[in-house]
Design a binder for this molecule. Structure first.
Ligand code: ATP
Ligand code: MG
Length: 206
């Protein structure tokens, strides 16, 4: 397979809203794996979420504000019209469009341990390698082993899946939405411009 040496990280999510931990895991993965860029891919309508999401347009707008000062970060709207959106279809499209690039799918610990519920996860490693990042505080000593063991069990290819311990930030969009519903400030947990956008648009407060 022809390889240009360009390595791209992919970070999918609902980003409802995007927060500092999303940016931080992207930055740490970029540094640790010498990735040229990180492409953020907001989900259209993820099949495994029951809660109604904020519109794609608003989530995309918030994400664009969150990453705008980092030249290595891009937002892709590939899943804008996908309803429901399937990660595998996105990976396939990217691999077709950029066949010479090596892609790394970045997943939080929680997402990796749910991956066998994702549509045709069996084929993921045909298109990407996976970087699993730690989530929150904890004892991550056994994590590299657990990640490899699962990769071996699911795909029989443990060399394609990597573990990265990142700075522990206990932020989740769920918690942020809860704070906003309770009328509490989420300033300094999201980029300033995302914070002001949420206030202006009166998101999550009803
Ligand atoms: P929600 O609570 O709505 O699920 P979230 O905070 O988990 O939101 P997502 O958009 O679901 O954010 O996450 C996108 C990706 O980022 C997932 O792979 C998730 O595991 C990862 N991620 C999110 N927050 C963190 C965090 N604090 N530390 C490490 N990884 C994270
Ligand atoms: Mg999540």
């Amino acid at each position: 397979m022809a390889r240009s040496g360009v390595k791209i990280g992919l970070l999918g999510g609902t980003f409802d809203p995007p927060h500092l931990a999303h940016l931080r895991i992207a930055e740490e993965a970029r540094e640790a794996f010498q990735l040229s860029e990180i492409w953020f891919i907001p989900a259209g309508y993820p099949p495994h979420k029951e809660r109604p999401l904020t519109s794609f347009e608003k989530r995309f707008e918030m994400l664009s504000l969150a990453i705008k000062d980092n030249p290595f970060f891009k937002a892709l709207d590939l899943e804008r019209k996908e309803s429901p959106s399937y990660t595998l279809k996105t990976l396939k499209k990217l691999k077709e469009a950029y066949s010479e690039y090596t892609f790394f799918l970045i997943l939080g610990w929680d997402a990796y341990f749910e991956i066998d519920f994702w549509w045709h996860y069996e084929s993921f490693l045909d298109y990407v390698e996976i970087i699993v990042v730690s989530r929150g505080r904890g004892n991550w000593e056994k994590a590299p082993f657990l990640v490899k063991e699962r990769a071996q069990r699911l795909w029989g290819r443990e060399n394609m899946v990597h573990f990265l311990e990142v700075f522990p930030l206990e932020i989740s969009s769920t918690k942020l939405r809860k704070y906003l519903q309770q009328g509490k400030s989420i300033r300094y947990l999201v980029p300033e411009e995302v914070y002001f956008y949420i206030l202006e648009q009166k998101l999550y407060s009803s």
